[in-house]
Design a protein around this ligand. Sequence first.
Ligand code: HEC
Length: 146
Amino acid sequence: MKILNKHALASFVLLAAAGLLAPAVAAAGEPQLDQAVQQGKDLFSHATFGGNGKVCESCHLAGGTKPGQLPNGKAIPSLNNAAAIFPRFNPKANKVVTLGEQVRNCVAKALQGNPPEYGSAELNAIVSYLTFLAQGKPVDMGGKPQ
Ligand code: HEC
């Protein structure tokens, strides 16, 4: 009986530890997800999408972590919390825009390239990278860039 109890206690402790550790391991160590984040980061600094030669990082400096300014004075937002503030209402488009749609808009307008399709590895990778940047930031749908 004593041995069984010890056993049961040990199993409980192990299960509790596994339960506590599982989310952290999944978030930090899921290889396919890490790979998508890395691919998104590479695309962010290198992909022209067949456009005018610009890349995301031409405007969104330091991997998107620093704000900037266009030559005409228009603000370029940092993307630190972009994944936490989309979807949001875009008054110019007069509709709600998702993060993926915003990425496609920047490819079409800023890069003058061919936007990656919804569900494509490229778009999913860029969205994964932007979500990685915003990891831990409070969700503030419709909020302001930080
Ligand atoms: C020529 C400069 C330029 C390039 C290149 C560019 N962007 Fe942008 N981006 C902007 C500007 C300016 C805004 C803010 C105005 C707007 O909403 O259109 C913006 C807004 C964004 C936003 C919304 C951020 C927020 O919180 O408002 C995201 C996300 C974004 N860009 C992603 C990208 C990605 C990904 C790429 C590369 C595929 C890219 N951008 C390339 C200029 C650029």
